[in-house]
Design a protein around this ligand. Structure first.
Ligand code: SAM
Length: 317
């Protein structure tokens, strides 16, 4: 399984073993709506994948990865690291920077990181270099995450880690994959996507921000009851066109219930099935401590799940 080079909040990497077996066998075109870290589409077995997200920085970053020469991409990353004087423990070790692995490199990198982030936020040349800078920022940012404020400025502080061999490996594997297949990255709001363009063997996977849990991309009025209702209506239209879909969501979390989703499922119980997944993954900076706070993570599908597929889920395989 390929893991996203971005540590995306809400990323589905750890749920892939449960989700992928529930997808239909024959898919010609896979539409990964709300693609985020691309974890799902990139691991789906089909000829053509469309990654769709409304975050323009994210889509431009993937297009840069796809179109740039790989060795040039890597050498630009190392150039940026050296130009800003950021740490590179894989080359010099922690001692060189007066830091230790458990406390991390934040103190050493803070000033250089802020300079890099300011230069990026000021830059008006939206070329490959701009997006390679963005990748470098993500690598050195808090928890390797991506967050922009309402003015479009990257606003996470420095993190503890640097461009280590794991990050390097994840990037290279991801870049090799997106160059080798028919993948398209599209910057679009799901509401603007023309539903009539789907064909019978297409498959739509949607992984929206979760209404009842908090994530950085929910900030600044990002996702609300209105978005949730519009997405469910969008899926109803897809269903009416005879197109298969799967929706990831949480029905309840920490005592809260997603009433909009629950009502929609009840109203459509003859058409849609909610499969309850094992929520046993956690984001690195977000831990749930007691049982009552567990999330009911579901995959809602509008097609028949084979008995064999259900069995795999029961066995947690
Ligand atoms: C939960 S994340 C997706 C995670 C992804 N499936 C993964 O495994 O890495 C949700 C994504 O929805 C995107 N998004 C939010 N509102 C959107 C909209 N109206 N149209 C398209 N994308 C949207 C956000 O930018 C974010 O990347």
């Amino acid at each position: 399984m390929i893991q996203s080079p971005l540590n995306y909040t809400g990323g589905k990497y750890k749920l892939l073993e449960q989700i992928l077996p529930l997808f239909p066998r024959k898919i010609d075109r896979f539409f990964d709506f709300f693609c985020g870290g691309c974890n799902v589409g990139i691991n789906s077995d089909c000829k053509e994948v469309f990654f769709i997200d409304h975050n323009e920085h994210l889509i431009a970053l993937y297009q840069t990865f796809q179109n740039m020469d790989k060795s040039e991409l890597l050498s630009w990353i190392y150039e940026i690291i050296s130009h800003y004087g950021l740490s590179l423990v894989s080359r010099n070790g922690y001692e060189f920077y007066g830091c230790e692995s458990n406390t991390g490199l934040g103190i050493y990198n803070r000033e250089s990181f802020n300079q890099l982030r300011d230069d990026f936020n000021r830059s008006k040349n939206f070329d490959y270099r701009h997006y390679v800078m963005l990748y470098a920022i993500i690598v050195y940012a808090f928890n390797n995450q991506i967050r922009f404020n309402s003015a479009g400025k990257f606003n996470l502080p420095v993190g503890k880690r640097d461009f280590n061999s794991r990050m390097h490996e994840k990037l290279v594997t991801f870049v090799d994959r997106i160059k080798s297949k028919n993948y398209k990255f599209i910057c679009q709001d799901f509401r603007d996507f023309p539903v009539e363009n789907f064909s019978p063997n297409d498959f739509v996977y949607a992984d929206p921000p979760y209404l009842i849990t908090c994530a950085t991309y929910n900030e600044n009025g990002g996702w609300s009851d209105i978005g949730e209702g519009e997405l469910l209506f969008f899926l109803d239209r897809i269903n009416a066109g005879g197109i298969r879909f799967a929706l990831s969501n949480v029905l309840s979390s920490k005592g809260k219930t997603n009433e909009i989703l629950a009502n929609w499922l009840e109203k459509n119980s003859d058409r849609y099935t909610a499969i309850h997944l094992n929520y046993n993954y956690s984001n690195s900076n977000y831990h749930r401590s007691n049982k009552n706070s567990e999330s009911d993570e579901v995959l809602v599908v509008n097609y028949k799940i084979e008995k064999r597929q259900e069995r795999l889920i029961e066995l947690d395989i």
